[in-house]
Design a protein around this ligand. Structure first.
Ligand code: C2E
Ligand code: MG
Ligand code: MG
Length: 729
C-alpha cells in the first residue's frame, strides 16, 4: 500500500518534472525565437535606416523602436525602445498629419502616408517620411493601434529644396545661363538665354554650343577657348555670338566647370550678358572723344596722341615726322555767303579729298573750323613733307563736288614743321606748323611754307606793326600816292588810283600788302579807310580847281568797310561836302569781296551806284568769279589783275585769258582796265584786243600829289609811243 503510494507519488513527480521540463523547453524555444526575431528586426531597421513605431490611439502613446550602432569598431547594434506620450509634431504639420491619419482610419486610403517634422534626438525638428496602417480594431471596427515605419528624410528634403531654389534662381535670373556637357553639347538653358539667343530650350538640347558661333571669330579662337575650359575649368571674356535669326550680339561670358563628387568635370555652366549696346555706347563715347563728328576725321585729342606716338616711333627708327598744318583760303567768306550748311559740306568734301591724297599711313585730323592737320611718319628727307603739300594743293585745283550745289573751288594754304628739326613735342610742332601756315597766308595764300626760326621774328614784327598801326593816324604817318590811268582809245589820262603809303619813323616805308591785312584784322582799316577817302577826295577837289575837271579818282575799299562801316553814308557826305560829282569817284573792290559776300554787300553797292559813284572790280581773275553774279551787281569797271598781264606777250594762255576777259567785260558793258602794264608790247596787245584803259609802270609809277599833278598837266598824248596806232584808222 505504501509502495503503491510511493510509486504513485513518484509517477506524479515524474510527470510534473517532465511537464515542467517540457514547458521549460517550450519556453526556451519561444524565447530563442523571440531573440531571433528581434535580431532580424534590429538588422532590418539598421539596414533600412527606418524606425519602427506603434501608436496606441486610445492611450495616445507612441512606442518607438530604433537602432543605433553601439560602436563603429565591433558593428554591434543596440535596439532602443521608447515610449513617448507627448509625441511632438511640428505645429505647422500637425493638422495635415491628423487629417492623413483620419483618412486611413476611416478606410479612405489603404495606408497612412505622411512627410512631416517631428522632434529629433537632439530636440531639433527633423523631417520624416512615415508609413503605417491600422493593426488592431475593436469589435465595432474602430482603430485601436496604428503601426509602421518612419525614416529621417531631412537631408534629402534639403537637397531637393536646394535644387528647386537653384533652378528657380536660374529661371528668374536676368543673365542668360546655359549648361553644357564635356562634349560641349547643351544640357539646358534658362529663359534669359532663350530671349538672348532666340532658341528655345528644346531647340538647343543636345546640340553643340557651336550653334551660336559667329564668323567674327576664327576657328582658332573657339579651339583656344574650349582648350582653356577643359584645362583650367574656367573661361571668361567677350565673345561675338549669333542668334537664331542670324543677327549677332556681343556677350560677356563667364564659364565654369562643375565637378561631380569624384572631382571630375561633369558639365559647364556659362553665364552670359549681352553687352552689345553698352559696347556700342562705349565705342560711341570713344568716337566722340576722339573724332570730329562732321568729317569723321580724328580730332585734336586723337591727333596729339598719334603725334606723340609718331615721335616715339621716329626716335626709335631715327626718322623724321612731318606735320602739315592746313587752312582753307577765305573759307570764312564762303561760309558767310553760302551759308553754314554749304560750309559744312565743303569741309566734308575737303576732308575726303585730303584723305584721298594723304598716304594711308598718315593721320589726317580736323582741328577746328577749316583747319586740318596731317601727320606724316617715317619721313627720311624734309622734301617728303613738301611733296605731300604740293600734291594736296594740286588736288584742290579740281573743284570740290558739293551735293546739290555748284562745284566749289577752294585752295588750301599749308605750313610744315618737322620733328626733330623744329620741335621735340607735339605742341611745339603744331605751333610751328601753324606759324608756317600763317606766313604762307601772308605770302599770298594757295601755297605752302616750311617753318623757319625767322618766321617767329616776322610774327613778332607783325605784332609790333599791328600795335604801331593804332597810332598811325594821330602821328600823321600815312600818305597817298596816285597812279595815272590811260585810255587806249583817246590817249588821254582818264583818272588816277589812290594808293596808300605808310612811312614809319623807325621801320621806313611799309607796303600796303603788309599792313592792310593787319589793319583789317584789328579793325583799324575803318578809320584808315575813311581817312583815305577824305584825303583822295580832297586831292581831287584841289586838282579840279587846277582845271582837271574830267579826272576820275579811284579809291581802294576794303571788305570790312563795305560790311561794317556806313560806306554809302560816308561817301555821300564827302561828295556833298567837297562838291565833287559822284561820277568822278570810283571805288575799287577786290573780286573775292564782291563774289563771296555778294548777298551782304549788294545793298550797299546799289546805294553807292544810286549816288552815281563808279564801282570797279579789282584784281579780276584771281578769285572764283561767276558771270551771273557780276551781271546782278551794279559794277561799272573791271580791272584785270597784273598776274595775267605779266606774261604777255610770251604766254599764249595769258593772252587768251586776257582777251576773253576783255570780250566778256565789254559784252556786259563794263569799262575794262588792265593793271600792271610794264611793257610797250603789253600795251600794244591790249589795244588790239580793244581793252579800254591801262595802268602800270609803263605809263607811270604811283606818284606823290605834286609830281602827279605835274604829270597830269604835262601829259601830251602826242608823245605817247602808241600815238600812231591811236589815231583813228
Ligand atoms: P591794287 O589796288 O591792285 O593796286 C595796284 C598795285 O600794283 C599797287 O601796289 C601799285 O603800286 C602796283 N602797280 C601798279 N603798276 C604796276 C606795275 O607796272 N608793276 C608792278 N610790279 N606793280 C604795279 P601797292 O600800292 O603796293 O598796293 C597794293 C595793294 O594794296 C593794292 O592793290 C590794293 O589792293 C591795296 N591798297 C593800296 N592802297 C589801298 C587803300 O588805300 N585802301 C585799301 N583798302 N587797299 C589799298
Ligand atoms: Mg586797286
Ligand atoms: Mg589790283
Amino acid at each position: 500500500m505504501l509502495a503503491g503510494y510511493v510509486l504513485l507519488v513518484g509517477m506524479l513527480v515524474m510527470t510534473l518534472v517532465r511537464g515542467w521540463e517540457r514547458r521549460k523547453r517550450i519556453r526556451e524555444g519561444y524565447f530563442a525565437q523571440i531573440r531571433e526575431r528581434e535580431e532580424r528586426l534590429k538588422v532590418a531597421l539598421w539596414a533600412s535606416e527606418e524606425i519602427f513605431w506603434d501608436y496606441d490611439l486610445s492611450a495616445g502613446v507612441m512606442h518607438r523602436m530604433s537602432v543605433e550602432e553601439a560602436s563603429a569598431s565591433d558593428h554591434a547594434i543596440d535596439l532602443f525602445s521608447e515610449v513617448d506620450s507627448e509625441h511632438q509634431i511640428h505645429p505647422d504639420d500637425l493638422l495635415l498629419v491628423r487629417e492623413r491619419m483620419r483618412a486611413h482610419r476611416r478606410g479612405r486610403v489603404p495606408f497612412f502616408l505622411s512627410e512631416h517634422r517631428t522632434r529629433g534626438p537632439g530636440d531639433e525638428w527633423i523631417w520624416v517620411r512615415a508609413r503605417g496602417r491600422v493593426v488592431e480594431r475593436d469589435d465595432r471596427g474602430r482603430a485601436l493601434r496604428i503601426a509602421g515605419t518612419a525614416r529621417d528624410i531631412t537631408a534629402y528634403r534639403s537637397d531637393v529644396r536646394d535644387r528647386r531654389i537653384a533652378s528657380e534662381v536660374l529661371r528668374s535670373m536676368a543673365e542668360a545661363v546655359c549648361v553644357f556637357d564635356r562634349e560641349f553639347n547643351f544640357l539646358s538653358i534658362n529663359t534669359a538665354f532663350e530671349t538672348m539667343s532666340g532658341y528655345s530650350d528644346g531647340e538647343v538640347h543636345a546640340k553643340s554650343i557651336a550653334l551660336l558661333d559667329n564668323p567674327r571669330h576664327d576657328a582658332a579662337f573657339y579651339r583656344e577657348m574650349r582648350h582653356s575650359l577643359a584645362a583650367d575649368g574656367h573661361w571668361a571674356g567677350e565673345i561675338w555670338q549669333q542668334r537664331k535669326d542670324g543677327s549677332e550680339f556681343l556677350s560677356r561670358m563667364e564659364c565654369n566647370a562643375v565637378s561631380d563628387a569624384a572631382g571630375e568635370d561633369e558639365h559647364y555652366v556659362a553665364v552670359l550678358s549681352d553687352v552689345t549696346d553698352s559696347k556700342r555706347a562705349e565705342q560711341e563715347l570713344r568716337f566722340l572723344a576722339n573724332y570730329d563728328t562732321l568729317t569723321n576725321l580724328p580730332n585734336r585729342t586723337l591727333l596729339s596722341e598719334r603725334l606723340s606716338q609718331a615721335i616715339v616711333n621716329a626716335r626709335r627708327e631715327d626718322t623724321k615726322v612731318a606735320v602739315l598744318f592746313l587752312d582753307l583760303d577765305r573759307f570764312k567768306d564762303i561760309n558767310d555767303s553760302l551759308g553754314h550748311a554749304a560750309g559744312d559740306r565743303i569741309l566734308r568734301a575737303s576732308a575726303a579729298r585730303l584723305r584721298e591724297v594723304a598716304p594711308a599711313t598718315a593721320t589726317v585730323a580736323r582741328l577746328s573750323g577749316d583747319e586740318f592737320t596731317i601727320v606724316l611718319e617715317h619721313v627720311r628727307s624734309p622734301d617728303e613733307g613738301d611733296t605731300l603739300a604740293r600734291d594736296i594743293i594740286r588736288a584742290f585745283d579740281a573743284p570740290l563736288t558739293v551735293e546739290n550745289r555748284r562745284d566749289i573751288l577752294i585752295s588750301p594754304t599749308i605750313g610744315i614743321s618737322l620733328y626733330p628739326d623744329h620741335g621735340q613735342v607735339p605742341t611745339d610742332l603744331l605751333k610751328h606748323a601753324d606759324t608756317a601756315m600763317y606766313q604762307a597766308k601772308a605770302a599770298g595764300r594757295h601755297t605752302f611754307l616750311r617753318y623757319t626760326e625767322q618766321m617767329e621774328s616776322e610774327i613778332r614784327q607783325r605784332a609790333t606793326l599791328s600795335g604801331e598801326l593804332r597810332k598811325v593816324l594821330d602821328n600823321g604817318e600815312l600818305r597817298l600816292v596816285y597812279q595815272p590811268r590811260l585810255s587806249l582809245t583817246t590817249g588821254k589820262i582818264t583818272g588816277v588810283e589812290a594808293l596808300l603809303r605808310w612811312e614809319h619813323p623807325q621801320f621806313g616805308e611799309i607796303t600796303p600788302e603788309r599792313f592792310i591785312p593787319l589793319a583789317e584784322e584789328s579793325g583799324m582799316i575803318l578809320p584808315i579807310g575813311e581817312w583815305v577817302l577824305r584825303e583822295a577826295c580832297s586831292t581831287l577837289k584841289r586838282w579840279r580847281q587846277h582845271g582837271l575837271q574830267a579826272l576820275t579818282m579811284s579809291v581802294n575799299v576794303s571788305a570790312l568797310q563795305l560790311l561794317r562801316g556806313d560806306l554809302a553814308g560816308l561817301v555821300a557826305r564827302l561828295l556833298d561836302e567837297l562838291k565833287i560829282p559822284a561820277g568822278q569817284l570810283e571805288l575799287e573792290l577786290t573780286e573775292s569781296v564782291v563774289m563771296t559776300k555778294a548777298e551782304q554787300t549788294a545793298g550797299t553797292l546799289h546805294t553807292l551806284r544810286g549816288l552815281g559813284v563808279l564801282l570797279a572790280v579789282d584784281d579780276f581773275g584771281t578769285g572764283y568769279s561767276s558771270l551771273a553774279y557780276l551781271k546782278r551787281l551794279p559794277i561799272t569797271t573791271l580791272k584785270i589783275d597784273k598776274a595775267f598781264i605779266d606774261d604777255i606777250p610770251t604766254s599764249a594762255d595769258d593772252q587768251a585769258i586776257t582777251s576773253s576777259i576783255i570780250a566778256m567785260a565789254r559784252s556786259l558793258g563794263l569799262t575794262v582796265v588792265a593793271e600792271g602794264v610794264e611793257q610797250q608790247a603789253q600795251a600794244d596787245f591790249l589795244r588790239t584786243q580793244l581793252c579800254d584803259e591801262i595802268q602800270g609802270y609803263w605809263l607811270s609809277q604811283p606818284l606823290d600829289p605834286y609830281r602827279c599833278l605835274a604829270f597830269l598837266r604835262n601829259w601830251d598824248a602826242s608823245r605817247l609811243p602808241l600815238q600812231a596806232s591811236l589815231s583813228p584808222a
